[in-house]
Ligand binder design. Structure first.
Ligand SMILES: Cc1ncc(COP(=O)(O)O)c(C=O)c1O
Length: 405
């Protein structure tokens, strides 16, 4: 049975007081808080089991390597990947997308070729493609969303051409909370032999993932939103791509042999993991995934859905509050404005009541431009949020309204 009070007690930071008030943390789409087991796992790495990985043959190096590789297997199982050799550790989702844009783009994208993105994308899934657009004189095409905040498949189909080299799309919008029809998008792209990158930074937190069933070519996530530490991200890729793509960065770890005249590369994920990797961070992510699995993904998602429904109804009752998009399809993320007050002022005032939300463009300027906006408030839910958090948020928004009236 999912017990939100028990879950809350696993996250020590939730006992904190901010500005004299109990913390109400509703900025989970930016980064989530960490359960004690993750904090302990990281502490154990440094206090008992730390050494560099993949290079020493002494006890600690072998132990650290074993723990690091076990974390890779944990991620692989979470994504239901065929092999843990398809899991590349990066420093975050941003680096994982940069890796694909640079390495795939280097050989596969040439002048006049096309990349399709959606207007929903986070800057992390835009800027790396702009780099390729500039470097290769490629073209970025943009697919719109429909009135429900979902990628319009007909429009997507109409953008595909013989020059389309990749479609790179978010699994779940970090602004609207809408979960995209990624299976349909991948099936459509594959009809034209076009590979698909799915940015699962938000999606992997709130949805079960099965990369083999999806038949996705690249899937990216970030550790710090999945209750793990910052400094660790993941790229899942089909083996053929890992084999054929050029390395992203050069250095130790990623080589097979180096001579004065030549270099050959390691195979598997190591080819893309130049230098000392984020060891404790990967192990922390592995522990976070174990924790999520222990609570149960289905249970977590059911709870988050019930808090989402509760929040939607309560927020809708606030006079003067407008959602960026009617949030019937939102999975735990609400973007809104309130008449008479700027989002930054709202966030600052409710912070005085211990409530953490995000205000700004949420690194999704093209999406906000679509709505003719530059800034919204965003409240986002995690497994440890309860109805009281939502009541506190709504009360403080009403206070804000009075304050500015
Ligand atoms: C949808 C989406 N993609 C990518 C990112 C970038 O994640 P990171 O900063 O961990 O690389 C974020 C972060 O907010 C996001 O929400």
């Amino acid at each position: 049975m999912f017990d939100v009070d028990k879950i809350r007690s696993d996250f020590p930071i939730l006992n904190r007081h901010i500005n004299g008030q109990g913390l109400v943390y509703l900025d989970n789409a930016a980064s989530s808080q960490k359960p004690q087991v993750v904090i302990d796992a990281i502490s154990k790495v440094y206090s008992e089991e730390y050494a560099n990985v993949h290079r020493g043959i002494h006890y600690l190096s072998m132990k650290a390597t074993e723990n690091f590789e076990n974390a890779r297997s944990e991620v692989s199982n979470y994504l239901k990947s065929k092999s843990d050799q398809q899991i590349v550790f990066t420093k975050n989702a941003t680096e994982a997308i940069n890796l694909v844009a640079a390495s795939f783009g280097e050989t596969e994208i040439n002048e006049g070729d096309e990349i399709i993105l959606s207007v929903l994308e986070h800057h992390s899934n835009i800027v790396p493609w702009h780099f390729i657009r500039e470097r290769k004189k490629a073209i970025i095409k943009w697919v719109d969303i429909d009135s429900k905040g979902l990628i319009d498949l007909e429009k997507l189909k109409s953008l595909i051409s013989p020059r389309t080299k990749i479609i790179s799309i978010t699994h779940m919008s970090n602004v609207l909370g809408t979960v995209q029809p990624i299976k349909d998008i991948i099936d459509l792209a594959h009809e034209y032999n076009i590979p698909v990158l799915i940015d699962g930074t938000q999606g992997a937190v709130h949805n079960p993932i099965d990369v083999m069933d999806l038949d996705v070519d690249f899937y990216v996530l970030t550790g710090h939103k999945l209750y793990g530490p910052s400094g660790i991200g993941v790229l899942y890729a089909k083996s053929d791509y890992l084999q054929n793509m050029k390395p992203f960065q050069g250095g130790g770890e990623m080589i097979d042999e180096v001579t004065k005249e030549n270099v050959t590369y390691a195979s598997g994920p190591q080819k893309f993991e130049a230098g000392t990797p984020p060891i404790a961070q990967a192990i922390g992510l592995g522990e976070a995934i174990k924790y999520v699995n222990h609570i149960g993904l289905d249970e977590i998602h059911k709870h988050e859905q019930s808090i989402t429904d509760y929040a939607r109804n309560k927020l809708m009752d606030i006079d003067g509050l407008s959602f960026l998009l009617e949030p019937s399809q939102s999975r735990g993320i609400f973007s809104f404005t309130m008449s008479g007050s700027h989002p930054h002022d709202i966030s600052t005032i409710i912070d005085k009541k211990g409530i953490a939300i995000r205000a700004g463009s949420h690194c999704a300027e093209p999406l906000l431009q679509t709505f003719g906006m530059t800034s919204t408030c965003r409240a986002s839910i995690a497994m440890y949020n309860n109805k009281k958090d939502i009541d506190n948020l709504c009360e403080s928004l009403l206070y804000c309204k009075k304050f500015f009236s």
